[in-house]
Design a protein around this ligand. Structure first.
Ligand code: MN
Length: 722
């Protein structure tokens, strides 16, 4: 395998020279600490005297390279010394005791820990593997630096893997992908993780990685122009709004592309046709302002906004994520975070040594890693055997998967971010197609709820319910996506017929008849007269708003289609209102101007080709229809409406640090998702924030608003209607 100098990070030789290492160490360590490292070098060089690596180089090159990886993360002197000595106990007769006398017991413990990890092989039977894994975790718990030195060791071995025999290469690559990369990820060490993954992927799947790399290279040419166009637009708009920050475009890594294609069943163009940017700013408030700016520049994709600042990931990662509709309809992924969050995102737990400042903060990667390891210890005490322990740790270590249970106790494995709808489709396509709600741990939950490890999920289905096109915005599995798309193709027709039947019947009832009572020859005559090919096309036409149900009903009953022309207000109204369930699908839609939610008084209008559009009764746009009563449809909410509906709330707050995060957290705690945020600075003192959130209805909305009102810096909160 060819390792490019790019992957080695510059001049290959320089990373093997002790003088260069010391030069780097002098930038952040005390002179006597650097001298100690040099002494360790002399000790190790002597111990490895005459040994060579498979590459033909003197063995000592390897520990120096590992130490350099740690030095680049500004790790402390003990870790650097331990890295230089890391193969001394294992590969040479030099005993642990001797290292302890020469360099102190702390270094000796580190070297010993790394040696023990090095002896562990993760290729054997599950039981042996589990036992080894347990040992590894215990070593980490003793001193987290053990695993950092081990990761540096592994990283350098992966960089020089090409010289190994193919089968050993594959074993090490698999172990790297299955054990070490996930651990680096769990510790938030993104840079190390990405390099381990790409090297592991290349070694384990040489052919696939070559094809993928080549496709990426070819696609890059086509993307360049759009990429720089978007970048320029974002930079210009940030400048206009006086938001200071760096804008970087991001390249996706090979292995994550590969996993996306496999896990979500996406095609190459689907995974690659994403333009990814990162905006790095000075402080938290600026993050939310930058979010407002990009949401104003390009329309955000509903349901894709994630606030990892208010609610950080388990490894301490913080950022705002959003997806935008870019030019030519290309999706743009944007991450927004502060410099400090960026450091934590790239270096994770190692950022602790890089920036001593974050030590006390409850969110520091260091503290989170400690808590995680403490949890593992408890888990290992309660787990019956090491196999059970491994199963538990896996849940923790592979955050890309969630494990949930069916009500019968069967375990289902889904990709991270999978929702109740994904679960429903995983059970069976029919279950997915007719699901209307979910019970998660026996409590009702919206279908878009992302699932969490260990939950028991029960899907509630209803005959006649259909997949909702809005689901496509949040499902993550290929099966759910395919199921919804397939159904939707056939659906619009069927939905329109069903709605048309209900509307026509209601119109007939209003005129003292009904579809049932209508003589068959009347219908046949009508179809002939209008050259319609059967009842289906007529009902579908009515459902889609192309024909007025009352006019059709009058003609069917021989009352004359257009007599009594100027219909008095309400003439188009039906005897009893049409009940809105929220599951009608595409033929019933909710107006964006007033965003009706269950509980609001509503009125429907027939819109040609689109079916019925629901407005709130006092919506301004309702006035436009005042003189067109034939378009009105009386509607009311079903008593039990399922699903979630977007609502807009305006929150006026004092300009305080972190206030946006506080409000966002409150919304999340009240069980609502944020679809969108936009921010208007009122004056130096106050800011007005417009949230689009998803609620189940008026009662839920009231609960969210009550929760926000309790925040002391919130001056005013109101539901917004344009
Ligand atoms: Mn080594």
């Amino acid at each position: 395998m060819a390792v490019s100098t790019e992957q080695l990070g510059g001049q290959p030789e320089s990373r093997y020279l002790i003088s260069d290492l010391c030069e780097l160490l002098e930038t952040y360590l005390e002179p006597e600490q650097v001298r100690e490292v040099y002494r360790a070098y002399l000790f190790a060089a002597e111990a490895h005297e005459g040994q060579h690596r498979l590459t033909g180089e003197p063995y000592i090159y390897h520990p120096i390279a590992a130490a350099r990886i740690l030095a680049e993360m500004h790790m402390d002197a003990d870790s650097i010394v331990a890295a230089i000595l890391h193969d001394v106990i294992e590969d040479t007769p030099t005993a642990k005791a001797q290292v302890a006398t020469e360099f102190g017991s702390e270094v000796a413990e580190l070297v010993d820990g790394v040696s023990k990890l090095t002896q562990i092989r993760f290729e054997s039977q599950a039981e042996a593997q589990a036992e080894n894994f347990r040992k590894m975790m215990l070593a980490m718990v003793k001193d987290i630096r053990v695993i950092l030195v081990k990761l540096a060791d592994r990283l350098h071995n992966m960089r020089t893997l090409g010289v190994m025999r193919p089968e050993k290469r594959r074993r090490i690559a698999r172990e790297t992908l299955e054990i070490y990369a996930p651990i680096a990820n769990r510790l938030g060490m993104n840079q190390v993780r990405l390099e381990l993954e790409d090297l592991g992927f290349t070694a384990l799947y040489p052919l696939r990685s070559r094809v993928l790399r080549e496709s990426v290279r070819r696609a890059r040419g086509n993307r360049k122009e759009i990429l720089s166009k978007i970048e320029t637009a974002i930079k210009r708009r940030l400048r206009q709004e006086e938001v200071e920050g760096r804008v970087l475009s991001r390249e996706k890594h090979l292995y994550s592309l590969y996993q996306k294609m496999r896990g979500r069943g996406l095609s190459f163009s689907e995974v690659l046709d994403v333009y990814a940017f990162r905006i790095i700013v000075d402080k938290v408030d600026t993050c939310y302002r930058a979010l407002g700016v990009v949401h104003n520049l390009y329309k955000p994709v509903p349901g894709r906004f994630k606030d990892y600042i208010a609610i950080p990931k388990a490894n301490g990662y913080q950022s705002l994520h959003t997806v935008l509709f870019g030019p030519y309809g290309v999706p743009i992924e944007v991450q927004i975070r502060t410099e400090e969050m960026d450091q934590v995102a790239e270096a994770g737990i190692a950022a602790h040594w890089l920036y001593k400042s974050g030590e006390d903060s409850a969110n520091s990667a260091q503290v989170r890693a400690r808590n995680w390891l403490r949890g593992l210890l408890e888990m290992q005490r309660s787990a019956g055997n090491s196999l059970e322990f491994l199963e538990n740790v896996k849940i923790d270590l592979f955050p890309d998967e969630v494990y949930v249970f069916t009500p019968r106790g069967d375990i289902m494995e889904l990709p991270r971010g999978a929702t109740a709808v994904d679960f429903a489709y995983a059970v069976h396509t029919d279950v997915g197609n007719s699901c209307i709600a979910a019970k998660i741990d026996r409590r009702l939950a919206p279908l878009r709820t992302p699932l969490v490890n260990g939950q028991t999920v029960e899907i509630i289905t209803a005959p006649g319910a259909h997949p909702n096109p809005a689901w496509l915005a949040f499902v993550v599995t290929g099966k759910a996506r395919a199921g919804i798309r397939h159904h939707l193709k056939h659906l619009q027709g069927a939905e329109a017929v069903e709605l048309g039947r209900r509307l026509l019947n209601k119109a007939l009832v209003t005129l003292g008849s009904s579809l049932e009572q209508l003589p068959a020859d009347r219908m046949e005559g009508f179809l002939r007269a209008h050259q319609l090919d059967g009842e289906g096309p007529l009902l579908s036409d009515i459902g889609l708003g192309n024909r007025m149900p009352l006019l059709v009903a009058r003609e069917l009953l021989g009352l004359g289609a257009s007599e009594g022309a100027p219909a008095e207000p309400g003439a188009g109204r039906l005897a009893r209102p049409l009940a809105i369930k929220g599951t009608e699908g595409m033929v019933v839609s909710f107006a964006r101007c007033c965003r009706p939610i269950p509980g609001d008084p509503i009125v429907g209008f027939v819109s040609t080709g689109r079916g019925i559009v629901i407005h709130v009764e006092n919506c301004k746009n309702v006035a436009d229809f005042r003189n067109r009563p034939e378009k009105w449809v009386d509607v009311e909410w079903e008593p039990e409406v399922e699903g979630e509906f977007p609502a807009e709330i305006r929150v006026e707050v004092a300009n305080r640090r972190g206030v946006l995060a506080t409000v966002a957290t409150a919304i999340a705690e009240a069980g609502s998702n944020i679809e969108n945020v936009s921010i208007e600075e009122r004056d130096g003192m106050n800011t007005s924030i417009l949230f689009t959130i998803n609620v189940q209805g008026r009662i839920h909305l009231a609960r969210v608003m009550r929760r926000i009102r309790r925040i002391s810096v919130v001056h005013r909160i109101s539901r917004q209607r344009s």
